[in-house]
Design a protein around this ligand. Structure first.
Ligand code: GH3
Ligand code: MG
Ligand code: MG
Ligand code: MG
Length: 321
């Protein structure tokens, strides 16, 4: 995996202390007003397989900084122009306090160790003294880039795991974990919300579908009904697989009448859908909570559940609100 490659690279680098044989690719925002120093550094960065956006002034670099593009900022501290390297570091750290997310490497010919320590206090990750020792610069830059990319990978994997934990694999809808999160969020608004409508959908005689056609066909039916719901969702809507063959649509800002209309549209769409070639219907219960009405979401779901029960007892394939 990519993450394993990064680990191995970092391990090799630390163990052997040698220059990276397979340096990370990435992009560096580089601020330096001296031609001599920048020529050396740009050459080094290119050899390290890094792209360079080079600026002679800190304010130009500040304008050009892009968190999506840049893996590292290398800044000279004493640069010409109205903005100093220190000011650039300050602004970047103000916006990106996380040192792992945005590494900053300061460069300067500072004899005074007290001023060097000050730079770390301002939030730089590392420091290179001038005149530059190439191998030292290479090692420090490589460390920062490897760490940053490792961090990005971990973040990405964390997001993927989160999505996995919140999604029902069969239907692709949100699962109960996601609903719990949503409910907590909703309830914490304490009646500040615009209100919402709920449609609880229970497929009719689903057990018969399984019994007659097999579990896999039942799964296919569920998956296609899930797709129907997904397609019917506006951006703000929230579709959940609530139970086995029970699906829940949360419709923020949707009063009872509008939610009932949406349910009726869905009921008709399902009647003609014929998932897995079968005639499938559902019973739907609709409930709603008005704007600034302080009612817990679970209570509104119970109302919808009671409405489903009535739809079932009144003959199924209908909407009750
Ligand atoms: P009703 O019209 O009263 O709702 O009848 P029903 O048969 O739909 O309701 P019941 O609650 O008796 O049965 C639901 C069935 O759904 C039982 C269960 O085996 C099936 N089921 C639950 N989850 C899944 C699933 O993931 N895949 C399949 N194929 N079946 C499932
Ligand atoms: Mg059911
Ligand atoms: Mg049932
Ligand atoms: Mg059912």
């Amino acid at each position: 995996t990519d993450i394993q490659q990064l680990f191995n690279r970092a391990r090799r680098f630390i163990r052997d202390g040698e220059t990276d044989s397979d340096p990370p690719s990435g992009c560096v925002l580089y601020v330096e007003d001296s031609r001599t120093v920048s020529r050396i550094m740009i050459h080094l960065l290119a050899k390290m397989n890094l792209e360079v956006d080079h600026f002679r002034s800190a304010s130009d670099a500040w304008e050009a900084f892009d968190e999506e593009r840049h893996d590292l900022v290398i800044s000279d501290i004493l640069v010409e122009g109205e903005m100093s390297g220190i000011a650039l570091v300050n602004r970047l750290r103000e916006r990106y306090p996380d040192k792992t997310r945005l590494p900053i490497l300061a460069m300067s010919g500072m004899e005074d160790p007290v001023r060097r320590v000050e730079l770390f206090r301002l939030g730089v990750n590392d420091f290179i003294n001038k005149p530059v020792i190439i191998e030292e610069a290479r090692a420090r830059i490589s460390n920062l880039i490897v760490n940053k990319q490792l961090f990005d990978q971990v973040q990405q994997q964390r997001r993927q795991l989160y999505d996995l934990a919140m999604t029902d694999p069969l239907t692709g809808l949100h699962n109960r974990n996601a609903l719990s999160d949503f409910t907590r969020q909703q309830d914490s608004q304490c009646g500040d919300s615009d209100g919402l409508g709920l449609i609880l959908i229970d497929i009719d005689h689903f057990k018969q579908i399984n019994d007659r056609h097999g579990h896999l066909v039942g799964d296919e039916v569920l998956s296609q009904v899930g797709d129907l719901l997904t397609k019917s969702c506006r951006d703000e809507d929230f579709a959940v697989r609530f139970g086995g063959e029970e699906l829940l649509l949360v419709l923020p800002g949707c009063p009872l009448e509008a939610a009932t209309r949406r349910a009726e549209e869905l009921r008709l769409a399902l009647e003609v859908l014929e998932p897995a070639g079968l005639h499938v219907t559902a019973s739907m219960g609709v409930s709603a909570v008005g704007p600034r009405q302080n009612i817990e979401l679970d209570a509104v779901i119970r109302l919808a559940d009671r409405a489903v029960y009535r739809a079932k007892s009144q003959g199924r394939n209908q909407v009750v609100s």
